[in-house]
Write a protein that binds this ligand. Sequence first.
Ligand code: DUC
Ligand code: ZN
Ligand code: ZN
Length: 468
Amino acid sequence: MGRTVIRNGLVITAADEVTADVLIDGEQVVALGMPGSGLADTWSDGAERVIDATGRYVVPGGVDVHTHMELPFGGTFASDTFETGTRAAAWGGTTTIVDFAVQGVGQSLREGLDNWFAKAEGECAIDYGFHMIMGDVNDQSLKEMDVLVGEGITSFKLFMAYPGVFYSDDGQILRAMQSASGNGSLIMMHAENGIAIDVLIAQALERGQTDPKYHGVVRHALLEAEATHRAIQLARVAGAPVYIVHLSALEALAEVTAARDLGLNAFAETCPQYLYLSTDDLARPGFEGSKYVCSTPLRPVEHQAELWKGLRTNDLSVVSTDHCPFCFKEQKELGVGDFSKIPNGLPGVETRMDLLHQAVIDGHISRRRWIEIACTTPARMFGLYPRKGTIAPGADADVVIYDPAAEQVMSAETHHMNVDYSCYEGRTLTGKVATVLSRGKVVVDGGEYLGRKGDGKYLTRDTCQYLT
Ligand code: DUC
Ligand code: ZN
Ligand code: ZN
């Protein structure tokens, strides 16, 4: 691969907004130059490709650190494969994903991980890494954690929800955190009190409350807050950092904020669905609400302002997607007559960058904060920076040329995720991906997909780059 020069765009990183020319050689960014300095003329001579980015943004490719391609859940599988899901990600300007390999009960971590390598190998359009879900914390799997950290799997997700499936009790959580404290890894926590939620589910169903909206009622905000509090205290006892995933309730955010005010290594992410959707969507008529069933659940609309505030104050430091799509037909429909049987999860890997750009337009966050929460911090949090998450000499040339003025209407008719509905059907957004480069190769350009499955490389990761 030869040289690519991107001229005259507004290069936005977490730190800077500067009109600059970008030189890419092969798979890496090599230099940034001042327009008019003559540097770009020299670079363009003999270059394979020269892109005029006048009037456009030049931003790092998105880093989505929370996806679930082909996740087995509730008797079915998430409908995006690594092939379809990473292609959709590329369309939306995301060039790195970190997916969750799953250790099932009775399995070793290695078995679960090998299974995920087999699913992804040769299928991905963009680069990918793995976290490990620990579904069975025991002497053996705790020992395996150290080995995996040595191999570049440096984060482990535990569940305080889903008893009998992914659930870990407090003793298991404490032990895993103690191991993490020793090996430098990061525990990611699904913080909901699953034992209490299961009682409320049974009581609701007994009362005949079977509609999708009851999913939001039984998964009470205080049960998210309680679990978030407990996770943070267990991490303190273990002397380990903790990262709360898919935070949705303002009461849970208050727990994270309190921990951060104490100077603890406590971090949290939220997801676009919690910023843009609400229990009003879960309560849509008929079975439409099932399209909005995910866990943690959507919250009443008042929570959104607090989440935006948390993103501005850095009490929420990452926006990931928890991309876990299930088709309405035959998958969400498994829960007709019983909301607890609706597979939990929403599509989102393709739409995160655009929805967060809309937040810039709407005045919720700045342009640099957009890049920070969607690219830079996720890369740093999970040991991928500065290879991923920024535009700087030596970084991988994962670059998005973004048209900030283009309008688009979101729809299942036009999206590329393998799912038969859009959570945002008919919504108009300002801003659209124009061109996407993945390690120097153009994978999307002018409404055309030019990528190839198998071009995405597996990423080994360093440990979290935020710990003090
Ligand atoms: N939440 C979801 O919505 N889906 C998959 C797993 C999870 O924790
Ligand atoms: Zn989760
Ligand atoms: Zn998840």
